[in-house]
Design a binder for this molecule. Structure first.
Ligand code: NAG
Ligand code: NAG
Length: 178
């Protein structure tokens, strides 16, 4: 009787030791793997042109064209639990009506650590239009490089890897000359 009890006791002590060790290993590994992505972005120009609104051919709507230089090292976000990384450039501003806009105008999916060091000189990949028709009266915009980290196990996490130092004003619209 006594020996059975002490054996059960030993087994459960061993099990809780194993669980403790596993929990600390997970805690330590997430500490060790705490990501430190680094990057910098520079918006080299913002131009605004008046154009036709999509779906409303006779209504005018302004389009912004952004060119940028981006460098980032996101390799620290890659570990045993990283499935893929969704990177995007976002402009945040409030329009003349006070509505907050967060516009994604460029993105990239990174699946391998080897591709996680990036240098891009580019321009917007997606149309950047102001829904209220004009950028005039909007606040200057903050430009940021953000990411969503999709793990194999666990939840999606979000982060910011770079930010343009100060907000940038939208210029007045020009007529498009091409
Ligand atoms: C942007 O990057 C390109 C190529 O990397 C470089 O030639 C250009 O000088 C950069 N522009 C600025 C304003 O730093
Ligand atoms: C842009 O960033 C500045 C400084 O971080 C902040 O004060 C401002 O509210 C931001 N603007 C918008 C539209 O989010």
């Amino acid at each position: 009787m006594h020996s059975v009890y002490s054996r059960v006791n030993n087994v459960s002590a061993t099990l809780s030791t194993i669980v403790m060790v596993l929990l600390s290993a997970i805690a330590i590994s997430s500490f060790v793997f705490a990501p430190h992505p680094t990057g910098s972005i520079e918006v080299t120009s913002v131009k605004v042109f008046a154009g036709e609104a999509r779906r409303y051919p006779h209504r005018r709507q302004e389009h912004a064209f952004v060119t940028f230089n981006l460098t980032a090292d996101l390799s620290t976000l890659f570990n045993w639990n990283t499935k893929q990384l969704f990177l995007y450039l976002e402009a945040e501003y409030n329009n003349a009506k006070g509505v907050r806009n967060e516009v994604i105008f460029w993105d990239r999916i990174v699946r391998r650590k080897e591709d996680a060091v990036i240098a891009v000189s580019g321009k917007n990949k997606y149309p950047f239009r102001e829904v209220s028709a004009k950028f005039k009266g909007s606040t200057p915009a903050n430009y940021t490089l953000k990411y969503n980290l999709m793990p194999f196990v666990g939840i999606l996490t979000y982060g910011e890897a770079a930010r343009v130092t100060g907000p940038i004003e939208f210029p007045l619209a020009r007529d498009r000359v091409e």
